[in-house]
Design a protein around this ligand. Structure first.
Ligand SMILES: [Zn+2]
Ligand SMILES: [Zn+2]
Length: 516
């Protein structure tokens, strides 16, 4: 059984009304791994819905977290912004209202693309609307209990005068410089490092709970029954452990079913975006492979397993694996061990699988085709010649167009140099030996009588090269040199077949004539 169905079954044994919560802290660069939480939550939501649950999902944006430090990408003036909630800090690039907006708005588009069905909440608004009032008040009233739990779970003594709440200073706007002197509902009295002394109204978002309290407070406020979270929170003595006790003993509610998930690790070379210099973001990930492939890659394995993400050649393997399982889904032939992969495939389709299989043009092939064509029409012309393009419908074309877009993005941003090439428009200035000339003339003759398909051209080139006195390796090199001015490149026969037949024959003839 797929892991999401197992979780859904466990959840259904406790009741059929469920609320799944997921979220993100947009304090800076959003790593590709951040999408694992949303994808995991959405997958469980679907599995629950399939079992007849009344299920909703919420997605919380931690927009009231303070800016922790001036990150390298921030201008010097942002030293002043450290400690302020990121919903109060201006966008560092001037393109959004706030810092939080800048990082989260593009990320939300990625979530849409994946098809995450959730209601969005911004934490700063929850505070401003007074939704935390009851839990903040309970935190103060039961402060001794709170401290006892924190000390017990973390094994660390909380310092004297510690409150798991930070008032927002009225004068400097920071959360990190205030010290609490007294509490009397609804006011928290404080002094601030900036010299201000005043009172904060907990009903109006004039302060924030610390993470260890804020998390269980959210469970209480929304009635969360299930939540995926990074495994760092699941460690012994971590914030899930303290959250469980706090929600029960301070907020009088039950903790959610936990789904700790492992991180996505970047592996291999080429993890830097070639123009921005950043590592792979969630947005990049969805620009270089279709969202269904990305979702499948994440949910094919159990959340507890880590995922190596290689944005270089690994992208090609991930798409191939998706295509393989898609064929198993529609054409049958899966082994018993692969049943879960079929379910993962099904769950990775936002609106469920299509009635018939979509056209599959392997990424490996598209990478070559994209590099020799000017536009999508060009690509279609080549594909009609080189692949089985029968019965293609409008949905297929959309799928294909998306793949082409992704391949282009990948080629510009993350692809290794080894897959890139450019067709030389005229014969490159290379020396052709008499032996090479003989080989080229032989090949020309064979190709003139050859059907112009990938397999036929591949066989023709391979047989002629093998029989040549040059030896196959040197013969292949000669061909790469006269077409792309390199000694290696894409699989030769299939590659030549993607080019215009007349162009190929002309180039070979011209090169053969060039022999000294
Ligand atoms: Zn912006
Ligand atoms: Zn202050």
């Amino acid at each position: 059984m797929h892991w999401a169905d197992v979780i859904a079954r466990d959840l259904m044994s406790t009741g059929d009304k469920h609320l799944i919560s997921a979220g993100i802290s947009p304090t800076g660069f959003i790593h590709v791994g951040s999408l694992r939480e949303a994808v995991t939550a959405e997958t469980v939501r679907k599995a629950l819905a399939d079992q007849g649950a009344d299920v909703r999902m919420i997605y919380l944006i931690d927009s009231y977290d303070p800016l922790r430090r001036r990150y390298d990408f921030l201008p010097e003036g942002y030293e002043d912004e450290v400690g302020k909630p990121i919903s109060h800090v201006p966008c560092p690039y001037g393109c959004h209202d706030t810092y939080a907006d800048h990082f989260i708005k593009p990320f939300m588009e990625s979530m849409d693309e994946i098809g995450v069905n959730c209601e969005l909440f911004w934490t700063h608004e929850l505070y401003e609307r007074g939704m935390f009032t009851e839990t903040i008040d309970a935190t103060f009233r039961r402060r001794n209990k709170v401290l006892e739990i924190l000390n017990g779970v973390t094994g660390r003594e909380m310092p004297d005068g510690f409150y798991p709440f930070s008032p927002l200073c009225k004068r400097c706007g920071r959360l990190n410089g205030t010290h609490i002197t007294a509490y009397e509902y609804p006011y928290v009295h404080y002094v601030c490092d900036c010299g201000e002394s005043g009172k904060a109204d907990i009903r109006k978002g004039e302060g924030k709970l610390s993470w260890r309290l804020e998390w269980p407070a959210k469970w209480k406020i929304f009635g969360v029954t299930c939540e995926p979270f990074g495994k760092d929170h699941a460690a012994a003595g971590g914030s899930y452990d303290s959250g469980v006790r706090l929600v029960r003993e301070v907020f009088d509610a039950e903790p959610p079913y936990p789904i700790p998930y492992e991180f996505i690790q970047l592996k291999g070379k080429g993890q830097m975006h070639k123009s921005t210099g950043s590592s792979v973001s969630g947005i990049d990930a969805l620009k270089m492979m279709p969202s269904t492939v990305f979702t499948y890659t994440i949910i094919r394995v159990n959340p507890e397993r880590h995922i190596d993400y290689d944005s270089g050649l690994g992208i090609l393997d991930m798409v191939d694996e998706y295509d393989r399982v898609e064929r198993l889904y529609y054409e049958g032939g899966a082994t018993e061990k692969e049943e879960d992969l079929l379910r993962a495939y099904e769950l990775s389709q936002p609106n469920g699988p299509r009635p018939t299989m979509s056209i599959q043009i392997p990424y490996r092939h598209l990478v070559n085709v994209v590099q020799i064509s000017r536009d999508f029409d060009d690509i279609l012309t080549i594909l009609r010649r080189t692949t089985d393009f029968q019965g293609v419908d409008i949905d297929d074309l959309k799928t294909l167009e998306k793949r082409v877009e992704c391949v282009r993005y990948w080629l510009n941003a993350f692809a290794p140099e080894s897959v890139k090439f450019k067709i030389s428009e005229t014969l490159p200035d290379v020396e052709i030996s008499p032996e090479e000339s003989v080989f080229l003339k032989e090949l020309l003759q064979v190709l003139e009588g050859c059907e112009w398909t990938g397999d036929a051209v591949h066989n023709a080139v391979y047989e002629t090269a093998k029989a040549s006195s040059l030896g196959a390796k040197k013969a292949f090199q000669t061909l790469y040199l006269i077409f792309i001015e390199r000694r290696s490149g894409p699989r030769l026969g299939h590659f030549l077949a993607t080019l215009e037949r007349d162009f190929v024959l002309r180039r070979i003839a011209e090169a053969a004539e060039k022999a000294a």
